[in-house]
Design a protein. Structure first.
Length: 548
């Protein structure tokens, strides 16, 4: 990570950066003239016993210092505004990219870990802003202004101050290399924790059922300890850096009294000049220390910059407006589609052509590839070979959001968002909901209307307050509420009672709202209601006409 790259991130805020630079110029002017005021006050006021001059120059110094403090406040205000805006922009962009990623990236690590890793990298990078990179111009200008003043006071002492710089940069170079190594370890530890917590979040019920509480607490403590140890090593490294650099600085600065004494004895320097020089030499060295600190931070965040770069290299689904938009669908066709996973054939040379109006049931043993067929159609996964066509056009050529808008789906693993039943059906608190008036759906709506708050009932996190059957009924209403062309149902009645299932079968037989119907089921009662039956076994799919 270089200062050039960092400044590139700040380009959208260049107007505010210009304000910071202008303010920095004022600061540099104050820094340049302050040593002379201090020298005159000492030589002509304190040493001469002229109280009037002392008072005048003290008031002038106070005015300049207050002005400098106000300017620095204005700089800090601009810095905070830029920092907050940059933090929000980076995090929103990262989150948006995560939502656009192809689904297969989440199969191994999960969405939470993938996003959390990226947000961790951003938090690390934001140290740039929180550690005053945004005011690097202020630091440089203040340092230059002070250096000009010191050179005018005495060039020999100024050379003595400048001689400290190479030593500081040498030590800083060693620290930078170690900081990158420790930072990489801290990043790896945090991302290992994100992977672990993702697994825990998804398995919280099993932790309770199998009494894994103590084991989980132990593992959590180990992760926290590992992260803390890495963080401690990094913090101690920076503390050691400051110790060495400031120690050397103190030794050399105090040595200036010896050189100053020689110059005073030789009438080449006044006492006030020496005091002013030593006092304001820190105006040069302090900004240099900040710059050196920034160099360490730059190196420290390099692993996070590289991690974020790899994250943005992950391929997105195609949301481009220039992509095709599907029209009314007449045909859906799978041509020689094959899918393998861990060297196992899930589907092999699968062929199927469907016409508008077809209702197809998909049956087979667990793990046979039934859900994979629907995931392929929904573009939640991609075939290793072959192609899927919609009206003769490969589905990969359609804009992904316009394409998915053609489908209404009830998945096997139903997720309900925290909120009310109505909000989970319409995804909008104020949306009009009319399905509760449809007599064909009484098997879904009656149970919800029996609740005290009806459709305004809170469902809890992921529908935790509901039974499996109730969740499935809300999911079906959600699918039917969406105006689309293709209905996909994956084991939609697995938690229904017999009466509700019979009502569902009757509804499916009579319903003609969709152009295509796909349903995965283990229930034989529904098969006579369908046009075609697709049997999947050992990676091979065979189509037959419905029975009855």
């Amino acid at each position: 990570m270089t200062i050039r790259n960092a400044l590139k991130m700040l380009k959208p805020y260049r107007k505010r950066m210009i304000v910071i630079i202008v303010l920095a110029i004022f600061i540099s002017g104050i820094s340049a003239i302050t040593p002379f005021i201090n020298r005159t006050m000492i030589d002509s006021g304190l040493l001469e016993g002229n109280i009037s001059i002392v008072i005048q120059f003290v008031l002038l110094l106070i005015s300049l210092q207050l002005a400098g403090q106000f300017i620095e406040y204005m700089q800090t205000k601009q810095e905070i505004i830029i920092s907050n805006a940059l933090d929000k922009r980076l995090k929103v962009e990262a989150f948006e990219h995560g939502l656009k990623l192809k689904p297969h990236y989440f199969k191994e690590n999960g969405f939470y870990k993938t996003i959390s890793d990226a947000l961790y990298d951003i938090s690390s990078i934001m140290q740039i802003a929180s550690n005053s990179l945004l005011t690097v111009f202020v630091i440089i200008c203040k340092c230059v202004g002070s250096m000009v003043g010191l050179l005018i006071l005495d060039w020999r002492l100024s050379i003595f101050v400048i001689a400290i710089m190479p030593i500081k940069f040498f030590i800083n170079g060693i620290i930078r290399k170690r900081a990158e190594k420790h930072s990489q370890q801290l990043m790896d530890d945090n991302k290992a924790y994100n992977s672990w917590i993702t697994n825990i979040i998804s398995g919280i019920v099993d932790i309770k059922l199998w009494n894994l509480r103590k084991q989980t607490i132990t593992e959590y403590a180990e992760h926290v300890q590992t992260i803390n140890d890495s963080s401690k090593r990094l913090s101690l490294l920076r503390a050691k850096s400051r110790l060495f650099i400031i120690g050397i600085e103190y030794a050399l600065m105090n040595s200036m009294y010896i050189l100053g004494a020689v110059l005073i004895v030789g009438n080449q320097l006044t006492f006030g000049g020496l005091i002013a020089f030593i006092t304001f030499a820190s105006y040069v060295l302090s900004p240099v220390n900040i710059i050196l600190e920034l160099r360490v931070i730059m190196k420290q965040i390099t692993p996070s910059v590289e991690g974020l770069k790899r994250y943005y290299e992950l391929e997105e689904e195609n949301h481009a407006d220039s992509m095709r938009k599907p029209d009314k669908v007449s045909t859906i066709e799978f041509r020689n589609v094959s899918v393998t996973f861990d060297n196992r054939n899930i589907l092999k040379n699968f062929n199927l052509k469907l016409n508008r109006g077809d209702k197809i049931a998909i049956i087979g043993d667990n793990g046979s590839g039934k859900t994979t067929i629907l995931n392929l159609l929904l573009r939640l996964c991609e075939p290793d070979d072959g192609e899927i066509y919609m009206d003769g056009i490969p589905i990969s050529e359609y804009n992904i959001e316009d394409y998915r808008s053609k489908f209404s789906v009830v998945t096997q693993d139903i997720h309900l968002f925290k909120g009310t039943a109505k909000e989970n059906i319409t995804f909008d608190k104020n949306a009009y909901f009319a399905l509760n008036k449809d007599s064909r759906l009484r098997f879904c709506t009656d149970v919800i209307e029996s609740w005290e708050n009806h459709f305004d009932t809170e469902v809890g996190s992921d529908g935790a307050k509901l039974s499996g059957g109730e969740k499935q009924k809300i999911a079906l209403l959600r699918a039917l509420q969406r105006k689309s062309d293709i209905l996909i149902l994956d084991e939609p009645t697995s938690n229904y009672d017999k009466e509700s299932e019979d009502e569902f079968n009757r509804f499916l037989l009579e319903n003609a709202d969709y152009d295509f119907y796909f349903i995965i089921t283990h229930r034989k009662d529904i098969l006579p209601k369908m046009d075609k039956i697709l049997t999947v076994s050992d990676g091979v799919a065979r189509v037959s006409s419905a029975i009855g």
